[in-house]
Design a binder for this molecule. Structure first.
Ligand SMILES: [Mn+2]
Length: 318
């Protein structure tokens, strides 16, 4: 089957509370031919076996699909419409194994690799932040070492926990150990305390990562981060957006909330700067609907995805 019409279902014909829930009411991409026809594939990674505190991110893709009924395409600042300039579809969920983290990462890697092989941009919706390991593994195999813009309250450079080397706070350490990132092309935004040890805040800097703490953003303004992103190199970049970079007042439904975070607006301003870099894939993780209030976190996730894809469209002149 090939999909010819990549438009969302028309909300003025079928009201937004009606219909089958795909991301942004877009067509489902059921096979390789439809993946090849698309420019962007949204796909879920419904796994939370890497969480250390609150579970529930396995329900992220399902709830974000539901809330994305409210999503619309036009971005007034970039002056693009992601659903008109690009062919975007819903490729369904990656297969996952609830009891097996490494098997799940291999499954996510395989599915993302299929999207990349089709020449399509993967936008993965988690899931906890360990799912990024599978996604990045596929992207690095395809593109070589990546730059990364990593939004998070946490550095995710943490050591093993309970004897497990891999959990949802480790992908930025594993990426360093595995040579996944380009020098001078790693940016972390939204980092803040409290930390378990005095060393935690220093690890990313020792790795060569550029860290913008929440204090940096609030005191220097979003412009400092925007300017830094605009001056990054021309190589391929990944965006990993952990919703807990935001203050819990903006995103309460997440695995490990940390008060004192970015506002949604600040994150949006910074995301807009990514239209200046060559983003080849992205994910949004750690939305945990069971801990959400009135779906505010899921709706914020819908907005974050739209910002990321709008910046991609703006860069491509779509
Ligand atoms: Mn994280």
């Amino acid at each position: 089957m090939s999909v010819n019409n990549f438009s969302p279902v028309d909300g003025r014909v079928y009201p937004r509370f009606s219909g089958i829930k795909t991301f942004y009411r877009l067509p489902f991409l059921p096979d390789e031919a439809s993946l090849q026809a698309a420019d962007v594939a949204l796909l879920g990674a419904p796994f939370d076996g890497g969480t250390s505190y609150r579970p529930g991110a396995r329900f992220g893709p399902e709830k974000i699909r539901s809330m994305s009924s409210l999503g619309r395409g036009h971005h007034p600042e970039h002056d693009v419409n992601i659903f008109k300039g690009m062919k975007v579809g819903d490729a369904g969920d990656c297969p996952v194994t609830p009891q097996d983290i490494s098997k799940t990462h291999a499954q996510i890697k395989e599915r993302v690799a299929e999207v990349l092989k089709a020449g399509t941009f993967p936008m993965v919706v988690g899931g906890d932040h360990s799912t990024t390991i599978g996604t990045l593994d596929a992207l690095v195999a395809h593109h070589g070492p990546l730059g990364i813009i990593h939004f998070d309250a946490h550095t995710d450079t943490y050591p093993a926990a309970w004897g497990c080397d891999v959990h949802h706070g480790t992908f930025m350490r594993l990426g360093k150990e595995r040579g996944w990132f380009r020098e001078n092309a790693v940016v972390q935004v939204g980092i803040r305390g409290p930390f378990s040890t005095e060393q935690d805040i220093h690890v990313p800097t020792q790795y060569g990562y550029r860290v913008f703490t929440v204090d940096d953003v609030k005191q220097q303004g979003v412009g400092a981060v925007v300017q830094h992103i605009q001056q990054l190199d021309d190589g391929p970049f990944f965006i990993s957006f952990d919703i807990d970079c935001l203050d819990p007042s903006c995103a309460p439904g997440t695995g490990t909330p940390v008060p004192g975070g970015l506002s949604t607006w600040e994150a949006q301003q910074i995301l807009r700067a990514t239209s200046h870099i060559n983003v080849v894939g992205a994910d949004l993780v750690e939305v945990s609907p069971p801990y959400d209030h009135h779906d505010i976190t899921a709706l914020t996730g819908v907005t974050v995805i739209w910002e990321i894809l709008s910046a991609v469209a703006a860069r491509l002149g779509k």
